[in-house]
Design a protein around this ligand. Structure first.
Ligand code: GL4
Length: 790
């Protein structure tokens, strides 16, 4: 593909798709025209991939996920097609800023955080590895809310990514299924016929996802809900306009918004409807495709691998059994065996509040047939293991994790530690019954987005040093290792980081009106706000540091910029309080003339994929400070290490593996281990004791209590402080001293800049294993039994 070809394609779309000539085109017109021209280049490899899959009668992977946090797609597609230079040149000719064109694309936030972003990285890797695959999810009209701060408090606003043309998708009105809810079950012998009481139509929208080097494209198929009957003409004619439109509004509600929380189980009928809606539509589509090629449904597992991304699509188990047994007459036990051979399940959290449970009453009314099948699956499983008391149903609820486990042939955790803890805790009993079922697949991130595109300065240096094969084979980064002894290379590496930091400093000045010193250490914590992630421990440490600097401003402090970003679930009161506290601390600290050259605090609003792409390349220090045993894996930790940030972290999730790979000497470790944390929690008054033992912590807490950061309103953070003093489930107080000491060690190393750079290079050079290509290969071999098509 040449520059001329790209120019021609773009001008064609500008004229014929958008009705504009170049002289009058706005940035948005250029963006859509370019997207359509790029999409055109994807269609041929996309068709070729489909043909190769059909032609070779290959097994396909179906990744069912309630969330795909894909972000912007244009640059990704351009980079994967190798058209970046061409596109830049074309825009230079028209005197249009290519950066503005890319920035014009809405950030598709169809996910909350790590779980959704992992699914997006997996799509990139599945295409890169030429693994025949479909992503299946929901085409939410509104993605994750937009976050603003008003007087330091989080305010949520609806997100509107679809209000402008979505250039990437193909609407598929012909790929539509009617999805039922409620109604009755008529039993005839062992078979049953479900007659739903209401239904909606699931309509497909396809986005092709092109892999690295543009050789293969898979499909992301998202379902939107529309009514079976458009509106009630009779009522309309009677003048009941709103009532006439009601069925339509109700149906569309199903794909209206993304639930803004993945760490609590939502006891809402609408959430369950969303889950069944996309799962049922996807299974119908999978069977339709299978049937177009084969006629024996018993062979389904040979051609179909279905991955359940967490329990959100767990109803796939009973639904597949229903389709095989009720609708196709396959014996119940055989139907269960076939379904199990197709299905596998990824667990993403051990937090009890996030483990989905649905009441039998709700399930029974919304999905009466499925409830019966779940009972039968549960009873059969119990009968097969009479000596064990494990049940899927408990206290009137169906436990979706247990259901998924029983219906899957493989169950995986997302880091080595998390998988071990799964075996020992939530699934201990099931693991005893099925010892080979649990496997580990440590998460990874796509190097295309999270190094090549987001950090062009570092990528260019890597290319110059070892060539560019690392993009498709990230372990090749280890070839950088010998260059750590080359002072010229170290200088270039440091310069790339320095320029990234200077760019971020300019952005912070422009958007937040805060001047930060680009030479200072950029200390970054970016992730959802949650007590277990302990942003409050970070802000306590910030307060303590501020106090220490004020005590003795000339003690040779390492200048720091503390950067926070992340959203709190709208109903999570304490998390919102933590945001407010950080903003209050920032306001006071940033205006303190005594400390202002040494310490700044910035909370960047509206954290999303695009903001992450700006922050990660500019980070010196990566905060991965969750209470051990609570963060299943983390993936931001991998992105930051890959971009040369040093981690200050606990032995939690994938931090453990990051430290093993980059070397303990290149990682700031602190805090209790997971078993130590459990033991500590059992000590009465553990928090009070820890505060008494730590004057530094006591003083920081006292300042909050005295209203230093909330003048005139000392009560503002009473709940935060009380929680720390009297409960502190997440052990902020117990880990504080160790954290504070580790931070001071980081200060000292940062002063020895050459040592820091060496450590930083080693982090990049040794992070190759954390590619999502490696993760996907693991799933292909250990779980799906599929191969790349070459
Ligand atoms: C999460 C975990 O909290 C996170 O540690 C992990 O990296 C991610 C992807 O596996 O999944 N689980 C839930 S729930 N949300 C997440 O982000």
């Amino acid at each position: 593909m040449t520059k001329a070809g790209l120019r021609q394609g773009m001008l064609h779309h500008l004229k014929y798709s958008l009705g504009k000539d170049p002289a009058h085109a706005q940035v948005r017109d250029w963006r859509v025209a370019l997207s359509l021209a790029v999409r055109d280049r994807i269609v041929d490899p996309w068709f070729a991939a489909t043909r190769a899959t059909y032609g070779g009668r290959h097994k396909r992977v179906y990744y069912l996920s309630m969330e795909f946090l894909i972000g912007r797609l244009l640059e990704d597609a351009i980079v994967n097609l190798g058209l970046l230079d061409e596109a830049e040149e074309v825009f230079r000719e028209y005197d249009v800023s290519f950066g503005d064109v890319l920035a014009n694309e809405p950030d598709a936030a169809l996910g909350n955080g790590g779980l959704g972003r992992l699914a997006a990285c997996f799509l990139d890797s599945l295409s890169t590895l030429a693994c025949p695959a479909y992503g299946y999810g929901i085409r939410y009209e509104h993605g994750l809310f937009r976050q603003r701060f008003v007087d330091g408090r989080q305010v949520e606003e609806p997100e509107t990514w679809l209000s402008d043309t979505h250039a990437w998708e193909f609407q598929r009105p012909e790929a539509a299924f009617e999805i039922g809810f409620g109604g009755e079950v008529a039993e005839t012998g062992s078979r049953a016929l479900w007659q739903p009481g209401e239904s909606v139509i699931a309509e497909a929208h396809d986005t092709p996802i092109i892999g690295w080097r543009g050789n293969w494209a898979n499909t992301l198929r998202l379902w939107s809900a529309r009514p079976t009957r458009l509106f009630d003409l009779e009522r309309f004619n009677r003048g009941e306009f709103a009532a006439a439109a009601e069925p339509e509004a109700l149906a569309r509600t199903i794909s209206r918004v993304l639930y803004p929380d993945d760490t609590t189980e939502q006891g809402k009928a609408l959430r369950l409807k969303q889950e069944y809606f996309f799962t049922a539509a996807s299974l119908r589509d999978i069977l339709r495709r299978f049937r177009s090629e084969y006629d024996d449904l018993r062979k389904l597992p040979l051609k179909v691998a279905i991955q359940l991304n967490d329990t959100h699509p767990a109803i796939a188990g009973p639904e597949l059994v229903r389709l095989l047994h009720d609708e196709n007459g396959i014996d119940f036990d055989d139907a269960v065996a076939i379904a199990r051979a197709c299905l596998s399940y990824t667990n993403h959290t051990l937090m009890p509040e996030a483990l989905e449970r649905w009441s039998e009453a709700l399930l029974g009314s919304l999905l009466p047939r499925h409830m019966k099948l779940i009972e039968r699956i549960d009873d059969t499983h119990a009968r097969q293991h009479p000596d064990r008391k494990m049940r899927i149903r408990e206290d009137g609820d169906v436990r979706m994790g247990e259901l998924s486990f029983v219906m899957a042939h493989k169950v995986n955790g997302v880091s080595a530690l998390h998988t071990d803890l799964m075996r020992q805790t939530v699934f201990a009993e099931l693991n005893r019954l099925h010892p080979d079922r649990i496997v580990n697949e440590t998460n990874g991130v796509t190097p295309r987005r999270w190094l090549l595109s987001c950090n062009p300065r570092l990528s260019a240096l890597i290319d110059r040093t070892i060539g560019n094969d690392w993009v498709g084979d990230l372990e090749r980064l280890s070839e950088l290792e010998p260059h750590v002894e080359d002072s010229g290379f170290r200088a270039d590496f440091a310069a790339a980081k320095a320029e990234n930091k200077a760019e971020l400093a300019r952005f912070i000045l422009e958007t937040e009106n805060i001047a930060v010193d680009p030479e200072a250490m950029f200390d970054i914590q970016i992730k959802r706000i949650h007590e277990y992630k302990r942003q409050h421990m970070n802000i306590l440490e910030t307060i303590a540091l501020w106090q220490a600097i004020r005590d003795n401003p000339d003690a040779g402090w390492t200048p720091r910029v503390k950067i926070f970003a992340g959203k709190a679930a709208p109903g999570y009161v304490l998390a919102k309080k933590i945001i407010h506290l950080i903003n209050d601390v920032a306001r006071l600290v940033n205006s303190d003339p005594v400390t202002s050259s040494l310490l700044k605090v910035v909370f960047m609003p509206n954290y999303n994929v695009t903001l992450a792409e700006r922050l990660i390349p500019a980070a010196d220090l990566s905060e991965q400070i969750s209470t051990a045993g609570k963060e299943a894996s983390g993936t931001g930790n991998m992105k930051l290490a890959l971009n040369g940030a040093l981690t200050i972290g606990t032995r939690d999730g994938a931090n453990v593996e990051i430290r093993e790979r980059v070397g303990a000497e290149n990682f700031f470790l602190f805090g209790m281990t997971a078993p130590e944390a459990v033991a500590r929690r059992a000590v009465p008054d553990h928090a009070t004791r820890a505060i008494e033992a730590s004057p530094v912590l006591a003083r920081a807490i006292a300042a909050i209590e005295a209203g230093v950061f909330s003048p005139g309103d000392p009560e503002r953070y009473r709940d935060v402080v009380e929680n720390l003093r009297w409960s502190d489930y997440f052990l902020v107080c117990s880990d504080f001293d160790s954290y504070y000491a580790s931070q001071r060690e980081a200060d000292a190393v940062f002063m020895d800049r050459d040592r820091w750079i060496r450590m930083s290079v080693r982090n990049t050079a040794r992070s190759g294993w954390f590619s999502s290509d490696r993760t996907i290969r693991g799933y292909m071999n250990d779980i799906w039994g599929v191969q790349s098509i070459v």
